[in-house]
Design a protein around this ligand. Structure first.
Ligand SMILES: Cc1cc2nc3c(=O)[nH]c(=O)nc-3n(C[C@H](O)[C@H](O)[C@H](O)COP(=O)(O)OP(=O)(O)OC[C@H]3O[C@@H](n4cnc5c(N)ncnc54)[C@H](O)[C@@H]3O)c2cc1C
Length: 467
């Protein structure tokens, strides 16, 4: 029987990174993956394919709308959807093959099939052809990720009523797309298909979009999306989708109850979130504890209540983000190897890859108020940033929240161009315990969008130069 120091079940960003770090630290490591390709949700049906579509559809819109304003003359751009999908698939392929290469490079054994923990130290793998084998190991990491959350009474067929997975692969631009849920995935994929020509309506149960994002950012972004042509129905719920006819008929009711209306659509995208996936792992039989939301319970060292069994990523509590899963993977491997692995959950950036983008790290104003922490706000709009003006991308602002007493940066929120890149500066500053004064006194290159970060830091002390 093959025997290992560590077996990682699942090869998403949590699992594959964990396995590589463990191998670097000298642990004899294997991974078990039930899918045909490595990389999990992120590489196959999540971060990577969605960003390919977001990027291409943004360029498509820019070519049609912004180029002419800069004197660039092109014919009205057309969309060749099969080629767009080919480009998306090639992107996925390059990434999943990259993971296979890294497993080989790091001498990590790979097993294809459904993994089940028979007992601490024993993993059974059932291959697609039904063949079983049992592997022995000192440690196990559960990195089985998450699955689409479903709505009772609404059947996802991935053709007309789709999850994010089906929404990445639509063979035709729908005339009318109804999105259920105004969270990150709904807004990103809604934006893609709006830019490609769909009329998009988003139904959200709450009275605001993007739950968890700083309220001012979410409110301003809501207006931007409306200006782009996306229609919203807030405080509303979709309770049924009638798929019997040629056109889908969604029943939409006020969240608080009341008269229902029918919204017709060609495609309905259910994007109400994701749930941890631990089916078939056998956790109940071996007594691994889960919380009331189905997440595996872990201690600060990522270990479950059963010695030698660890868990990371979407399968445990915390934001369902690839980089959070990766960092947990590294930290768990380091702990298993006897080192001091650690994740700072106060500094996990969050990005919404729409246009403009939203990026944030640390506390929101709402969280600081609820915690009774006194804070100062420094805000700087992109309309006052020279580079944003040159790029014809002046929507949005940078907002820095700093402790009123110590000036320590507690949160940074950006809505605007290239927010995804700019947020890294804020994350590093916060990781080093920076004050807003530290950011303000750091020389920023000119003309760059990141000067807006420096100006927002100056604005905390009410001394922005350009606004
Ligand atoms: C459309 C979409 C867009 C997204 N965009 C972003 C983004 O831009 N940025 C970001 O940070 N996050 C994004 N996410 C979220 C991100 O994909 C997840 O947070 C991340 O993939 C979680 O990583 P993980 O390793 O925990 O699990 P997963 O990536 O879900 O991987 C789990 C793996 O475990 C395997 N597995 C499960 N059970 C077993 C078993 N019993 N035996 C063997 N194998 C098993 C699965 O097949 C899968 O390969 C997006 C998600 C979606 C759906």
């Amino acid at each position: 029987m093959a025997s290992y120091d560590l077996i990682v079940i699942g090869t998403g960003p949590g699992g594959y990174v964990c396995a590589i770090r463990a191998a670097q630290l000298g642990l004899k490591t294997a991974v078990v993956e039930k899918n045909a390709t490595y990389g999990g949700t992120c590489l196959n049906v999540g971060c990577i394919p969605s960003k390919a579509l977001l990027h291409a559809s943004e360029l498509y819109e820019e070519a049609g709308e912004t180029f002419a304003k800069m004197g660039i003359k092109v014919d009205k751009p057309g969309m060749d959807l099969p080629t767009l999908h080919k480009y998306r698939r090639q992107n996925v392929e390059a990434n999943v093959n990259g993971v296979a290469f890294l497993f080989k490079k790091n001498k990590i054994d790979t097993f294809h099939g459904m993994g089940r923990i028979v007992a601490p130290g024993q993993v059974e793998v059932k291959a697609d052809d039904g063949k079983m084998q049992t592997l022995e190991t000192k440690n196990i990491v559960i990195a089985t990720g998450s699955d689409v959350a479903r709505l009772p009474g609404i059947e996802i067929d991935e053709k007309r009523v789709v999850s994010s997975t089906g929404a990445l692969e639509l063979p035709k631009v729908p005339q009318r797309l109804l999105v259920v849920g105004a969270g990150i995935i709904g807004l990103e994929l809604g934006s893609v298909w709006r830019r490609l020509g769909a009329q998009v309506t988003i139904v959200e149960y709450l009275d605001h979009i993007l739950p968890g994002i700083d309220g001012e950012v979410a409110r301003q972004f809501h207006r931007m999306l409306q200006k782009q042509g996306i229609a919203f129905k807030l405080s509303s719920k979709v309770t049924a989708v009638d798929a019997s006819g040629k056109v889908l008929k969604a029943k939409v009711e006020p969240a608080a109850g009341g008269a229902a209306e029918t919204i017709e659509a060609d495609i309905v995208l259910v994007a109400i979130g994701r749930v941890p996936f631990t089916d078939g792992l056998g956790l109940e039989a071996i007594g691994v504890e889960k919380d009331n939301r189905g997440r595996v319970v872990i201690d600060p060292h990522f270990q479950t209540n059963v010695a030698g069994i660890y868990a990371i990523g979407d399968a445990v509590a915390g934001p369902m983000l690839a980089h959070k899963a990766e960092d947990e993977g590294v930290a768990a491997a380091e702990n298993i190897a006897g080192k001091a692995g650690h994740v700072n959950y106060d500094v996990i950036p969050n990005v919404v890859y729409t246009s403009p983008e939203i990026a944030s790290v640390g506390k929101t104003e709402e969280e600081l108020k609820a915690a009774g922490i006194a804070y100062e706000v420094g805000k700087f709009p992109f309309t006052a940033n020279a580079r944003a003006r040159a790029n014809l991308a002046t929507e949005g602002f940078v907002k820095i929240l700093a402790d009123a007493k110590t000036d320590r940066v507690l949160g940074v929120h950006i809505v605007g161009p290239d927010a995804e890149t700019m947020i890294a500066e804020a994350a590093i500053a916060m990781e080093f315990g920076a004050s807003s004064e530290d950011i303000a006194r750091t020389c920023h290159a000119h003309p760059t969008l990141s000067e807006a970060m420096k100006e927002a830091a100056l604005a905390v002390a009410k001394r922005a130069i350009n606004f």
